[in-house]
Design a protein around this ligand. Sequence first.
Ligand SMILES: [Zn+2]
Length: 185
Amino acid sequence: MRCSSFESRFDEYLDGTLAPHESARVAAHAKACRRCAETLHELRVVDALLLQPRRLEPAPNFTFKAMAEVRALRAPRAHHHLGFGVLATYTAFAWAAIALAFTFRGDLARAAVAVVMLSLRRGADALAVLASSVSHLFGGHTTDVTAAVGGILVLDVAAAAIAIVAYTVVRPRLATHLASTSEFP
Ligand SMILES: [Zn+2]
């Protein structure tokens, strides 16, 4: 028999799961064939290494070294492009909202448009002027465009107000609160 037909039985031979007469044939071949004898020897060494119980102990100064490495690392940089991303996302959503207002012009949309128009007329003149100047670009649907753009602008003003309040009132209080409750002096 050829070496390859014995090699396929080496695992079972070493595990002792081979039938006695098969096992005897492998042993006899290994005695006569130097190559298979060496292969069997290597397999025994690998098996012994795998079976050897090992406990992994960290080096005595592991914690100190790890912390030294961490301190040597540069502080992560703040994400400067976040503001631009938010602005781009917002702009995309605003135009999507305008497109949706044009697509679904049902009774509900008309009611919403009426409310926005009313708030616009009562709102600052600057908003109306800006909205109407934009609406000129759209020709036909002047009222709808004015309402949609006006609605977006009203939301803008509200969002800006919330942002200003959050920045000037909430942020300092939060910072003071965090500083007083921090574990690290
Ligand atoms: Zn052989």
